[in-house]
Structures are given as C-alpha cells and as structure tokens.
Design a protein around this ligand. Structure first.
Ligand code: T5A
Length: 211
C-alpha cells in the first residue's frame, strides 16, 4: 500500500500554496504522487463540491452538508484514493475527514459520534498515514483568504465558527500525535515549508537527503 497524506487547516492558511511544495519533496524522495482534494476529486465529488460551496439561495441543512461530504468521500475513496494506494502510489489530498470533524463537528457543532460512525462506515480502518494541519489565528487566515477571492458559502461564516474549527484541529492533533501534526502557518512561507520538511522526515514519509 502507498502512503496517504492529507493537508488541513482553516481557510486561507496556505494549503494550496504548500501542496505543490510537498508533492515535489515526495517526488524527489521517489514517491509516485496522486494529488487530489475534498470535497471533490471525482466527477461526482466535484459536482457535490459545487453544491456544497455555492448553494446559498435557500441554505442547506447541517445534516445534508455532513452527508454530502461523506457521499463525496465514498466516491473519492472508491474511484481514486484506494486504487492509487493499492497501486503503491502516494496520495496527497487537500482536506479529508479531519475537515469534517473540524467544520461539521467543531464549526457546526454536530454530534461527533455520528461523524465517527460515518468515518468507520465509509473508510473502514483506513486513516491517513500523516495529516499536516497548517495552523494560524483566524484573523490571519481570513485576511489571506480575503485577498484571493469572493467568499464561498462556508467562508461566509463568522469568526466564532472558524475559531471552533481551529480549536478542533488543535485538539485532533493532541488526540492523535502519531498521525496528525500541527505546523505554525502564521509565519512566512519559507518558514512554513522548513517545518513541513522536518515533519515529513520525522514521520518517516521521506528519507533525509544524502549529502
Ligand atoms: N469542508 C471540506 C468541510 O466543511 N468539511 C469537509 O469534510 C471538507 C473536506 C473547501 C471547503 O469545504 C469545507 C472546508 C472549506 O470551507 P477549500 O478550497 O479546500 O474549500 O478550502 P479553502 O480553505 O477555502 O482553501 P483556500 O484555497 O481558500 O485556502 P488555502 O489553500 O489554505 O490558502 P492559499 O494557499 O490559497 O493561500 C491564501 C493566500 O495566502 C497567501 C497565498 O499566497 C494566498 O494569497 N499565503 C501566505 N502569505 C503569507 N505567508 C504565508 N505563510 C502564506 N501562505 C499562503
């Protein structure tokens, strides 16, 4: 089985900016990478993403939002993630189930046991080998995201929602230190990337370069 690596964090914290950097580090170290994202990564998943992020006219029930995240994930696992892992490829995914714990569990305050049941149903025993959480204060993430584009349906939430999302990410890293790590993303990009390199080495995802 290949390695499964996921990248997480609140809006604007720098996931997209660091995805290519991580892919390059992995490839230099010999990994054959598949880069993908959630919600999305398949035709059905991208259609669900469109609904999830832009369906603003008459709102969306919180349970419908949660179930659509897992519907997209079930398709993504079946069509992209599991075939790649079984083919010994490394899957690098922009967000995965930790985002559901953070946004639907923390942000929306939905029942965490229900999320955990859905996780077991859809994923079985599969969990990422490493989840990198880029962490920064909400005001920094929002300021960076605001410069980039108009807010989508979830980005329109208030600061207290994103504070709960951030707190949940921090708590996930504390609960599962063997597979989830936190990176200080409030600093400049070069310093963030130094930390990412050091975590990929620490978690034995890549080998130290031979001088
Ligand atoms: N969602 C997703 C759920 O609610 N539940 C789930 O289960 C899942 C899977 C997905 C949305 O869906 C939600 C969460 C999200 O709301 P998305 O596209 O994955 O949307 O998420 P976004 O967070 O919106 O992604 P963004 O592209 O907005 O943010 P990024 O990728 O974190 O930030 P990035 O790299 O685009 O950077 C933003 C700006 O900051 C600059 C960049 O140059 C850019 O201009 N920047 C820095 N500036 C200074 N210093 C640094 N260190 C910087 N790093 C980046």
């Amino acid at each position: 089985m290949g390695k499964f690596i996921t990248l997480e964090g609140i809006e604007g914290v720098g996931k997209t900016s660091n995805l290519h950097f991580i892919k390059e580090l992995l490839e230099v170290s010999g990994h054959d990478c598949v880069v993908t994202r959630e919600p999305g990564g398949t035709n059905l998943g991208e259609s669900l993403r469109e609904i999830l992020l832009s369906h603003t006219e008459d709102g969306m029930s919180e349970d419908a939002e949660l179930l659509m995240m897992f519907a997209a994930r079930a398709e993504h696992l079946a069509k992209v993630i599991l075939p790649a892992l079984e083919n010994n490829q490394t899957v690098l995914c922009d967000r995965f189930t930790e985002a559901t714990y953070a946004y639907q569990g923390g942000g929306r305050q939905l029942d965490v046991d229900s999320i955990s049941d859905l996780e077991d149903w859809v994923q079985g025993d599969l969990r990422p080998d490493l989840t990198i959480i880029l962490d920064a204060p909400v005001e920094i993430g929002r300021a960076r995201a605001g410069k980039r584009s108009e807010p989508d349906r979830i980005e329109k939430e208030q600061d207290d929602f994103f504070q709960r999302v951030r707190d949940t990410y921090i708590s996930l890293a504390e609960q599962h230190p063997h597979r989830i790590c936190l990176i200080d993303a409030s600093v400049d990009l070069e310093s963030v990337q130094k930390q990412i390199l050091s975590k990929l080495l620490e978690y034995n995802i890549i080998d130290a370069p031979v001088c």
